[in-house]
Design a protein around this ligand. Structure first.
Ligand code: AGP
Length: 604
């Protein structure tokens, strides 16, 4: 999961590439580098084991030759430690070829071993460095750089989005895409290539999304794409670039955006007494015949999928099953008739989810998408879908997107219910309309959550419990605490506690329980909490306003407004997101860019 960028144009190219890399830092941020033609006519390669700001400092005083190629990279280490030596760009022995890469070359070891035998000297431990040396080896027998570049790509097994330049042709950038995203912004006087369209927003209207197997030579006079030319797309104005306003971190800002995100998800879709989903209208006839759904995703999106399973079964009467994309893509199961697959992805670029989608398409399933990033690979490769319209989510931890995904899944369930000529109970419309204000009332008490985080700050193990709709919310709360505060946290179905986890309970092992009133298992979870209390386990409960019982069992209670059972998890998850945020910030961590993580897992 790295970010690559390349620029040729009239503007000062180093600042353009550095700004692009800053917009790509969510994809990886353990090191960075640029290669460019400097004013002395040579090529300069500058790297830093730091964020882009650290690279920027090292580039002080440098400028690139106008109109010459510049390539840059921000890294999430796959092969080789996150250090300066392994930072991209990488070059060949002679310093003629420079390349940046996002993806994994699975057969790099055999290629590298063969090249070392042929006398090539490697500097880094990366898979990427094999590529420029392979091109260099090809140039011994093939004078044409494009042919040497193509021949090298023909040897690679794995995934790549590449941008490279040849010192002998400084006005060209060679690009290629297989499995990792790459998009090019084109204008008469400048071209910008990057890992995601968000980098081009506000600068380019005409863009080209490279498809797998496509390559190109970017040149101000005549960029060419091959093996076949590609259609020009218009870049959607949806790409608002997110700005941090009056919050210390994007993560807190995005949690506070949840009420607006719900409104954006419902806008124009939840009408007076029906649901309209334009993105699904085109496949409505096929959906009428669907008898079963497979929901496929990773991470937080998978937990949203678990909520989706409940929505589709209870609101649309459709049997559904949820799969981890990384498992389903390899699963050998009989193809099921009258079944559609739903792929949930905030970034729309998650490698496992994209691979699962491609498997489903090969098996001729109708494939639907629930995606936030407009124009992303999953959005473009599904047969139909519904965008979240949640705006860019910059913090690595997904918060507003989870709530938005749940809203879209509710709308899809209601849409499918409508297709089966079932009416939608009026109270559902009122409940959905009232949700933003209920979340606002929770957010108003966010400092109460901060005090709870501070109270338990010494703890390094937590159990998160929930039942029914709130089990996925408990899983999501645990993931947030893991991701943001590096604390061990396990989400569990409360009914499972006695089948093992209760052995963990002690005064140093707190339990965070979603003990809301309307999901039909309130009394059951109270019993679970009594069992924990009797063993001295501290309890933080998320409970329904007006509940007089819970405070007799839980040492700490955070109250949330009452809501319909299928909406309770969307309220309950907000204090859990805030708990992780405050836990991480109180420990002094950068909660927007947690260690070892990246926003979009574009490699297996
Ligand atoms: C969520 O906080 C994580 N960053 C991660 O689990 C994420 O949800 C997962 O990688 C899936 O990403 P996607 O929604 O972009 O496909």
């Amino acid at each position: 999961m790295c970010g690559i960028a390349g620029y040729i144009g009239y503007r000062k190219s180093l600042p353009v590439v550095l700004e692009s890399l800053k917009r790509l830092e969510y994809r990886g941020y353990d090191s960075a580098g640029v290669a460019f033609f400097d004013q002395n006519g040579g090529v300069r390669l500058v790297k830093a084991k730091s964020r882009i700001t650290g690279l920027e400092k090292k580039l002080n005083g440098f400028s690139a030759v106008e109109g010459s190629a510049v390539i840059g990279h921000t890294r999430w280490a796959t092969h080789g430690a996150p250090n300066e030596k392994n930072a991209h760009p990488h070059s060949d022995c002679s310093g003629r070829i420079f390349i940046v890469h996002n993806g994994i070359i699975e057969n790099y070891r055999s290629i590298k071993a063969d090249l070392i035998k042929r006398g090539h000297q490697f500097i880094s431990d990366t898979d990427t460095e094999a590529i420029p040396h392979l091109i260099e080896e090809n140039l011994k027998s093939e004078k044409n750089f494009k042919k040497a570049f193509d021949a090298a790509l023909g040897r690679l097994v794995g995934a790549y989005a590449l941008a490279a330049f040849d010192v002998l042709s400084p006005k060209n950038i060679y690009i290629a895409r297989l499995g990792s995203p790459l998009v090019v912004g084109l204008k008469k006087e400048e071209c910008l290539v990057a890992s995601d369209p968000g980098v081009l927003s506000g600068k380019f209207k005409k863009v080209i999304f490279l498809k797998d197997g496509q390559r190109g030579i970017i040149n101000l006079n005549n960029s060419v794409f091959y093996p076949k030319s590609l259609e020009i797309s218009r870049l959607d104005s949806d790409f608002k670039s997110a700005k941090l306003a009056n919050f210390p971190y994007f993560m807190l800002q995005e949690i506070f955006e949840s009420p607006e995100v719900i409104k954006s998800a419902l806008q124009g879709r939840l009408l007076k007494n029906n649901v309209k989903l334009g993105g699904l209208e085109q496949v409505a006839d096929k959906l009428k015949k669907i008898k079963r759904l497979k929901i496929i995703a990773c991470g937080t999106s998978y937990y949203a999928g678990l909520l989706g399973e409940c929505f589709f079964e209870e609101l649309a009467g459709l049997p559904s099953e949820v799969f981890l994309a990384s498992e389903w893509r390899y699963k050998k199961e009989p193809r099921e008739p009258q079944t559609a697959c739903v792929f949930i992805s905030q970034s729309g670029e998650t490698a496992d989810t994209l691979a699962a989608l491609r498997k489903a398409k090969k098996e001729k399933y109708l494939c639907l998408g629930v995606v936030n990033a407009v124009g992303s690979s999953i959005a473009r490769e599904t047969d139909a879908g519904v965008y979240n319209h949640a705006g860019p989510e910059i913090a690595v931890a997904s918060t507003k997107a989870f709530i938005s995904q749940a809203m879209v899944l509710i709308l899809m369930a209601l849409f499918l219910r409508q297709l089966k000529s079932k009416s939608i109970p009026n109270n559902i419309f009122e409940e959905l309309d009232g949700l933003p204000d209920k979340i606002k009332s929770i957010l108003k008490n966010h400092l109460r959550i901060k005090s709870l985080a501070r109270k338990h700050l010494k703890r390094r193990n937590f159990l998160f419990l929930g039942r029914g709709y709130n089990y996925p919310a408990a899983l999501e709360g645990a993931l947030k605490l893991k991701e943001i505060a590096y604390v061990h946290a396990e989400g569990y179905a409360a009914g499972e506690m006695k089948h093992g986890p209760i052995a963990l309970i002690s005064k140093n092992f707190p339990t965070i329980a979603i003990a809301v009133r309307n999901n039909g298992t309130y009394e059951k979870i109270l019993s679970n909490l009594e069992e924990i209390k009797s063993r001295g386990g501290p309890i933080i409960a998320v409970a329904t306003q007006g509940d007089k019982l819970i405070s007799k069992i839980a040492g700490d209670v955070f109250y949330i407004p009452a809501a319909n059972s299928f909406l309770e998890p969307l309220l309950a998850v907000v204090p859990l997101q805030l708990f992780a945020y405050y836990f991480g910030t109180l420990l002094g961590y950068d909660v927007d860019k947690p260690r070892n993580l990246a926003k979009s897992v574009t490699v297996e």
